[in-house]
Design a protein around this ligand. Structure first.
Ligand code: AHG
Ligand code: MN
Ligand code: MN
Ligand code: MN
Length: 336
């Protein structure tokens, strides 16, 4: 029987039953995240009506001027997750230090890293944005979690997911057993399984990169993109199309749906900070999802999931998507 049409709650409970030793904690945590994302979806769609458009007067640890919605969506995530007893601590793009669970609430065995609103520069032009999250086990007794407990490689993730608040609100999820996509039926307030077992085609003729940074790129990426641009008139066997939404959630969703390669490589402008995208709540969860869907994710020189993190807001170069194209870019890095 087809799984299409199941609610995400049923899907998660059934996945839990397939692992008899599980305690139900992850199921509970995922349900809390789903609730937070439904609230955020509602807020994003009503932001102009309720006065949540535009900038706040504050900067985050990234040096970005925060949008009002960056702040509010961060609060929604924290408020939905702090009291439930499933988490030992949290980390967010918008908060410099790790976020402790208030002492009046019980602590759980998981850690979460999240980007409450990805692509927030697109909010005021009504393009897709989303929420990204990564779940890790808290390695020690979980009583007094520290930054060190978060410093786990992406291979240690228990679960990763993201939402896209677009024409439809979508939730994409992996617990290490493939990737499934759910669509929010806003009439009944439930995410419904619409995209079971998502697979990224090995080949693609579509690339995504911010071309305005071209003069700052390193030689391997210069070579790859130049070839794509020349297509059949150069060394490639096909012509390429290009997309750049400037929302990682929208780009990765596109790659999961019809293939593609998404790149935010290192360039001389951002070399000092290590890259643009953040390892713990952007690159790692998206790499876990991409690999689980049959794709590849690399910095150009290293598998992203194998990076030993050194700080919570660490940035890394990102090259992910269809296997044969990512492998080609990695090969160009090895050759130079
Ligand atoms: P965020 O809005 O969470 O800060 O992340 C934005 C990220 C990512 O979603 C996107 O791929 C990239 O920044 C866009 O960067 P440019 O504006 O440099 O193209
Ligand atoms: Mn930001
Ligand atoms: Mn982001
Ligand atoms: Mn963000």
């Amino acid at each position: 029987m087809s799984d299409i049409g199941k609610s995400v709650n049923q899907f998660i409970v059934e996945e839990q039953r397939a692992h008899p030793a599980s305690t139900g904690d992850l199921t509970g945590l995922l349900n809390d995240i789903v609730s937070a994302c439904k609230k955020i979806s509602h807020l994003v769609s009503r932001s102009n009506i309720i006065g949540l458009g535009g900038y706040a007067d504050s900067e985050n640890v990234q040096g970005e001027t925060q949008k009002k919605l960056d702040i509010i969506t961060n609060e929604v995530m924290v408020d939905h997750l702090k009291w439930t007893g499933h988490l030992a601590a949290m980390a967010s793009e918008e908060i410099e230090e790790i976020i402790q669970i208030p002492s009046k609430f019980p602590k759980g065995k998981y850690l979460i890293c999240f980007d409450p609103l990805d692509g927030s520069s697109n909010i005021d032009i009504n393009l897709s944005v989303g929420t990204i999250f990564s779940i890790l086990r808290c390695p020690n007794d979980c009583k007094n979690p520290t930054l060190k407990d978060f410093m786990q490689k992406g291979t240690e993730q228990v679960c990763a997911g993201f939402t896209v608040y677009g024409p439809a609100t979508m939730l994409i999820l992996t617990t290490g057993n493939g990737v499934n996509g759910f669509t929010l039926d806003s009439d009944v307030g439930e995410f419904i399984l619409t995209h079971p077992n998502m697979r990224i085609p090995k080949d693609t003729a579509e690339f995504a990169i911010n071309m305005s940074n071209q003069r700052f790129w390193e030689a391997p990426v210069q070579k790859y993109v130049e070839e794509c641009m020349k297509g059949l008139e150069g060394d490639r066997e096909k012509n390429f199309n290009m997309r750049w939404v400037a929302s990682m959630v929208a780009e990765v969703y596109r790659v999961l749906t019809r293939g593609g390669i998404f790149m935010y490589p290192i360039d001389s402008k951002i070399a000092k900070q290590g890259g643009k995208l953040r390892l713990m709540y952007e690159a790692n969860p998206m790499s876990f999802i991409v690999e689980q869907a049959g794709g590849v994710s690399s910095t150009g020189t290293e598998r992203i999931l194998d990076i030993q993190p050194e700080s919570i807001h660490q940035r890394v170069p990102v090259i992910m998507g269809s296997k044969n194209e990512v492998d080609r870019v990695v090969r160009y890095h090895q050759e130079t």
